[in-house]
Design a protein around this ligand. Structure first.
Ligand code: CMP
Length: 139
């Protein structure tokens, strides 16, 4: 299993508040290369399918609502040990618990509107990247 890519979303909260540029700058400064990038407004059905693994969680309906509430940037990122390194860069899911200096600590609002998504395993990184991109769109 290749471990040099992860998948990320700059979520509707962060894009809407004008923080996408600052977040991408942090990602680049941390050594990640952008392998694929596009802006899209997820449909409810796309958000439901993307977050399928959370379907039974109590927060699933509001998560789907939020992720389909406005445009987002979806990205594939390259870095050695990409999944772990990116999770370190973004911090804990809940911005209140995220370490100072992490992206979620600095740009997240709450545990749902937490500015960015990062894959939680190399297997999910591949699944998530191929959800939004075809092979020829990943550089
Ligand atoms: P993400 O990394 O995209 O993975 C699942 C998302 O569900 C998470 O970020 C949050 O946006 C959201 N989430 C996780 N836990 C909660 C929670 N307790 N309440 C509301 N939203 C949550």
């Amino acid at each position: 299993m290749s471990n040099d890519i992860t998948f990320s979303i700059i979520k509707p909260d962060a894009l809407g508040s004008g923080n996408a540029g600052s977040i991408i700058s942090r990602i680049n400064k941390a050594g990640f290369r952008i392998a694929a990038l596009k802006m899209l407004h997820m449909t409810r059905a796309q958000a439901e399918s993307f977050y399928e693994v959370h379907r039974e969680r109590s927060f699933y309906p509001e998560l789907v609502e939020f992720m389909s509430s406005g445009p987002a940037l979806v990205m594939v990122l390259r870095h050695p040990d990409a999944v772990e390194e990116f999770r370190r860069l973004i911090g804990a899911t809940d911005p209140v618990r995220a370490l100072p200096g992490t992206i979620r600590a600095d740009f997240g609002t709450n545990v749902r509107m937490n500015a960015v998504h990062g894959s939680d395993s190399p297997e999910n990184a591949l699944r998530e990247a191929s959800f939004f991109f075809s092979a020829i769109e990943i550089f």
